[in-house]
Design a protein around this ligand. Structure first.
Ligand code: NAD
Length: 501
């Protein structure tokens, strides 16, 4: 595709049916309209994209029943057949990658340069878990002198998957693909701000031949459809990606039905730059990890901890680059930062600019709204922050970086660990022993040393402290979506205690 006009033209073609019919739910293989509807609007110009079916507890009940009915056959399907089907889904995602990317950019405000690859990453997620499907049930042989213990794994049952609005397509595939590969059936409740690509994914799965009821889609609000899903007795587990306080609510809501939960929650991830690091590479990584994807990324490096000896120079270079980031229309290939997803989110991010100022940090770049239509904000940098400031403690989830300085390694570690979160950490130093020592002490589920976030699908993904419970990736995903069963076979006539004889 060449021009912005051409991309807008194609987008318009893709959106026509949504404008006409609305974004429908998909329950038991059937399109289901809403009794009531809500709107999804573009963050670019606040225009109406389409009405969206407002899922109710009755829709969730129908979807959970469909998932329960479809479960026995899906769970019993041989792994290699599930593998073939999931690869077919990946093929169709690739065929429609452009449509998915266009819709995602318009619905979420994410820039084309990043979203054009998001659909392909979604396809990769399906391929990766497709290949693991045939071995998902494999367990261990744990013999003793008297017994042969054999473990096997079995899909847990119908599961609920609740996803957020940041990179929604990629994240949905990251949760749905392993659930399907494990043999679970799914009810998906996507975020209310970004419903388009969840619908495309559900359509693709059915077109690929996924049996009715194996993947069900119910749009709606967290308090309505989301809550009903977490409370439904037929739903055995909830995989949730979103804010920490929502995770806490879901845990309470799921308590009566003893839900198994997997939480991927918020972060306030530190990037620690020591004065012996390759500072040019560190600068590139710091900027990329907070300002790409509009900073709406759970693993964004939203707290810069920079050694005092290099802080002045590092900040000067950083502010210069931040001021040159290209904010613009998400479908313009030059754009590096698009609009924030929604007014509510814009108000939250802009509110943190005010908090930073009021608390006495230095606004070194950005902070202003751009234009009066759409939710564009200048990429923002605060320096001279203190660790107790709200901008140094709370997740802003926008193109917003808070910088603090440290004198030595001990102070750096105390600052890095001094928040409620523990998702990711990024460490820049050329001192190998320090890198080992520091990463050992850093409270985070994922650490990158001298690197930005580079994902490798077999590695565990997830957070500690308020950032999450459980891990995704590789076999860790199957541990969540499956039950492990141990069967002990007596191998001889071991002595059985005789009582009451
Ligand atoms: P959110 O918690 O507001 O919403 C996420 C989903 O939960 C939505 O679908 C929403 O409708 C639903 N929901 C809300 N209340 C609910 C309830 N009471 N019961 C059931 N469902 C409910 O999060 P968001 O604003 O959409 O997403 C941004 C957050 O997600 C950030 O905190 C970010 O860090 C986090 N996130 C984490 C990861 C990770 O892997 N750790 C990845 C992406 C995003």
């Amino acid at each position: 595709m060449t021009s912005l006009q051409e991309r807008l033209g194609k987008l318009d073609g893709h959106l026509r049916r949504f404008r006409q019919d609305g974004v429908l739910n998909l329950i038991g293989g059937q399109d289901v309209a809403g009794v009531e509807w809500f709107e999804t609007r573009s963050p670019v110009d606040e225009s109406l994209i389409a009405p969206v079916a407002l899922g109710t507890p009755a829709d969730i009940d129908a979807a959970a029943k469909a998932a329960k009915a479809a479960f026995p056959a899906w769970a019993a399907m041989p792994g290699d057949q599930r593998k073939a089907l999931l690869h077919r889904i990946a093929d169709l995602i690739e065929d429609r990658a452009e449509e998915i990317a266009l819709c995602e950019c318009w619905d979420t405000g994410q820039a084309w340069r990043f979203m054009s690859k998001a659909a392909l990453r979604g396809a990769e997620n399906f391929r990766y878990f497709a290949d693991l499907a045939p071995g998902a049930r494999d367990g261990q042989s744990l013999p003793t002198p008297t017994h042969w213990n054999v473990t096997t794994r079995h899909p847990i049952g119908p599961v609920g998957i609740i996803t957020p609005w940041n990179t929604p397509f990629m994240l949905s595939t990251w949760k749905i693909a392993p659930a399907l590969a494990a043999g679970c059936t799914v009810v998906h409740k996507p975020a209310e701000f970004s419903p388009l690509t969840a619908r495309l994914l559900a359509e693709i799965c059915h077109e690929a031949g996924l049996p009715p009821g194996v993947l069900n889609l119910v749009n709606g609000m967290g308090e309505g459809a989301g809550r009903a899903l977490t409370e439904h007795p037929d739903i055995k587990a909830i995989a949730f990606v979103g804010e920490s306080r929502t995770g806490s609510m879901i845990m309470k809501q799921g308590a009566d039905t003893l839900k198994r939960v997997h939480f991927e929650l918020g972060g306030k991830n530190p990037v620690i730059v020591f004065d012996d690091a390759d500072l040019d590479r560190a600068l590139d990584a710091v900027i990329f990890m907070i300002y790409s994807l509009n900073g709406e990324r759970c693993t964004s490096s939203s707290r810069l901890l920079v050694q005092a000896s290099i802080a002045e120079t590092f900040h000067a270079k950083l502010a210069d680059r931040v001021n040159r980031l290209k904010v613009g229309h998400p479908l313009d290939t030059n754009t590096e930062i698009g609009p924030l997803i929604h007014q509510t989110h814009f108000d939250k991010v802009a509110g943190y600019v005010e908090k930073g100022r009021a608390d006495g940090a230095t606004l070194a770049a950005g902070g202003q709204r751009i234009g009066d239509k759409g939710w564009f904000i200048q990429p923002t940098l605060f320096t001279d922050a203190r660790p107790d400031m709200r901008i140094a403690q709370e997740e802003v989830f926008g193109p917003f970086l808070t910088s603090l300085t440290f004198r030595d390694e001990a102070e750096a570690l105390a600052l890095a660990n001094g928040t409620a979160y523990g998702l990711a950490g990024y460490l820049w130093t050329n001192d190998l022993t320090r890198a080992l020592r520091f990463s050992e002490g850093l409270e985070a589920g994922m650490i990158w040393v001298n690197s930005e976030n580079v994902r490798h699908l077999p590695t565990p993904f997830g957070g500690t402290k308020a950032s999450g419970i459980g891990r995704d990736g590789g076999d860790w995903s199957f541990d969540f979506y499956m039950e492990t069963k141990n069967t002990a076979f007596a191998t001889g006539t071991h002595k059985i205690q005789r009582i009451g004889a």
